[in-house]
Each structure stands twice: as C-alpha cells, then as structure tokens.
Design a protein around this ligand. Structure first.
Ligand code: SAH
Length: 252
C-alpha cells in the first residue's frame, strides 16, 4: 500500500495527525529531499528505509515501489505542502494503477495557505474578493494560454503564485498589465514556516527589486491582491511585536 502524504510547508508539526501516524508505521519512505524537512524521518521506526526522490526519475520511483510493495509493506511517498498541488502525483498514480498497487492520498498544509497565515492575512476578505487563484509561470510544464498570468490578474482576485520567483520581473510585468495598477500589494514569502523564512512586503512597483536584493530565487510564494492591504496586514507587520528576522525583509 502506498500513501501519498502532504508533509506541510516546512515546520514538521504542520503535517496532519493522520499523516504522522502513517509515517510512524511506514516501512519505506520516499521523500522529496529538496523541499521536505528530514526531521520528519525522526518519527519513523528504527528499521524504516529511506529514499530521497530528488535525484530520481519517475521510473526509478515506481521501481522502488514495485519492489517494496511485493513484500506488502507500508510505503510513504512524502510530498511537500499538499500533494494535490504541483505534486506530480498523477503520473505516479497512473503507474500504480497499471501495476494494481493500492494507494491513498492524505492531504497536507499547502505553502500557499501557510504563507498567508504567516502574514496574518485572509485571502477571501468580504467585499474585496471571494476568489483565490493558484497558478505559476510556464516552465518545463507549460501553462495553457487561457491561463496566462495577465489574463488571470484581470479578475483582480487574490493570487498565490508558485514556482515563479526566479522570474519575478516577468511575473510583475504580467500582473501590472492584468490588474492595470502598479500599487497592488504583494508579498513574497520565502520558505514559509522554516527557520530561515523571509517575508518581503511591497507593491507590484517595488517587489521585484526587493526580491533581488534579498537574493530569493526559489522556494517562495508570491501573494498578490488587495486582500493584503484592506485587512490591515501591512500595518500589522510593521508592529513592534514582529521579530527581527521578520524585519530583515522589510528594511530595504
Ligand atoms: N505541493 C506544494 C507545492 C510544490 S511546488 C504545496 O502545496 O505547497 C514547489 C513550489 O511551492 C515552490 O517553488 C514554491 O513556490 C512553493 N513552496 C513550497 N514550499 C514553500 C514554502 N515553505 N514557502 C514558500 N513557498 C513554498
């Protein structure tokens, strides 16, 4: 049996109780070492076997599962955040079905909600917007034309943009064209809930500069929309109660 489990965004206690319980029973854990904290593995049995999938391709992952499943073990495929969002589980599930291997998907805390929580914000502020758009720039995986960032931004909804901070200039250009406003509040949350988390606040006009200065190139959420201003988030973040670490991102 294979369990696809959402490990959460970083902080090991942000896995679900169900996910943690299965992890404790697991015989084999295949985890995405680049984004999943190794601390999760401390909860496993002493004789559990670990594989880091960050250097493996799909065939290699499936080969391990097939080999291990023949011995009817509990196999955990540990994904970052929530496995149903940019988790690439579909291609794995297809192979498991071909091989008649049973599986279950256990949800997790996605980095987009974790990032919003770190800002003490709410995506769905009444009378501002009731819609959240999750998206990304095209990369090796193409985004359909109908979902181009500029077209999505025209809705003026709250947005959480994954997998795109390396090209923040392009993101900002498309967003300004779509929102038709360069003063839309924007926050970039790097490694939300990890110890080296960084939060950068700004608007579409200045966020790209700030992101460059802070040398953020990956593992960040770009949150955009009027929800960040109108619920007071920005002023709260300047409050003296916020930690020094928090302030680093704010200072430039
Ligand atoms: N399934 C994951 C997303 C995987 S795609 C989830 O639900 O969060 C990887 C992208 O997620 C990264 O490029 C980044 O945009 C975002 N991401 C993952 N972990 C993050 C974190 N702790 N803080 C901010 N963004 C994160």
């Amino acid at each position: 049996m294979v369990y696809f489990i959402g490990a959460g965004p970083g902080d090991v206690d942000l896995i679900t109780v169900k996910g943690r319980k299965i992890l404790e029973m697991a015989d084999v854990v295949i985890y995405a070492g680049s984004l999943v904290s190794k601390e999760h593995l401390k909860f496993c049995k002493g004789n559990a076997k670990f594989y880091d999938s960050s250097t493996m391709n799909l065939d290699e992952i499936i080969e391990i599962i097939k080999k291990e499943d023949l011995e009817s073990k509990v196999i955990v495929r540990l994904h970052t955040g929530d496995p149903t969002i940019y988790g690439a589980i579909y291609e794995q599930i297809r192979e498991l079905e071909k091989n008649n291997i049973k599986y279950e998907v256990i949800p997790g805390v996605s980095s987009f909600t974790a990032s919003c929580a770190r800002l003490n914000a709410e995506f769905t502020v009444p009378e501002i917007t009731q819609t959240v758009i999750l998206t990304r720039l095209s990369g090796r995986t193409l985004v359909p034309d109908s979902e181009d960032l500029e077209k999505l931004a025209a809705h003026k909804s709250s947005m959480a943009i994954f997998l795109s901070v390396h090209d923040i200039e392009n993101v900002v250009k498309k967003l300004i064209n779509g929102y038709k406003d360069e003063n839309v509040p924007c926050a970039v949350v790097y490694k939300a809930t990890w110890e080296d988390e960084k939060i950068i606040l700004g608007t579409l006009k200045d966020i790209a500069d700030k992101v460059r200065k802070n040398n953020i190139k990956k593992t960040a959420q770009i949150l955009v929309g009027y929800f960040l201003r109108d619920n007071g988030t920005v002023s709260k973040l300047y409050d003296k109660n916020f930690s020094h670490e928090f302030r680093e991102g704010l200072n430039d």
